[in-house]
Design a binder for this molecule. Sequence first.
Ligand code: URA
Length: 247
Amino acid sequence: MKLIKLLANLGYGSRKEVQRWVRAGWVTDAGGRILKETDLPPHADIRVRGEVLDPPSPLTLVLNKPVGYTCSTDDPGATIYDLLPERFAHRNPLLHSVGRLDKDTSGLLLMTDDGKLSHRIIHPKSHCAKVYHAVLDRPLSGEEAAVFASGEMMLQGEAKPLLPAGFEALSEKEAHVTLHEGRYHQVRRMFAAMGNHVVALRRISIGSFSLPVDLPEGEWRIMDDDDIALLFRPLDSVRSSVPPSGC
Ligand code: URA
């Protein structure tokens, strides 16, 4: 029964459906030998209708999230699960996003079925700095670096000041912001508090792991142990600088 449970937990179908497939001979080993319900060869040797099996849990993915997709499981509109194979939405344990990106934010989104890993990445004590590229509606004021770094910045409706955040001006209306926490719409609200408006926001890195340049929007890739280790490697330097002249 372990084979049935494995396939059902990977989202291939209900236990009943999967059992029917096994009985129909659709599940084989790498050499094409038909597997019985009582067989359980190594994961990498199992095939379903000739296809290599999806990776087992724990599984962590990096997704290049496009604008227009929510990170929720139950949104009636487009969700990040629409960007994954359909059966991934039926895995047990389920893949969830590590923190959230707003519907209008694009870029690096991690998905994992490893609750401990996701907790470690999100927790401010892990110092997994998250870097965002923001495009603003109006020129930077020149005050942003000091205010964001102060550790005293308050967002509307909140009782606790923000942790110090990094800021690097890239042009008159573009900047990198580095966060060590993840409050609701945080980057947008930080700029709103400065009298500005974010017109485009993209997450580009977490720790020393950057969104792979060869990963097209809407696509995903499995992360290996080296990628995951990079999430916990601090950025080379604290990101802060004076805005360019004219700001
Ligand atoms: N800050 C925001 O405003 N939105 C995000 O999606 C992430 C950080």
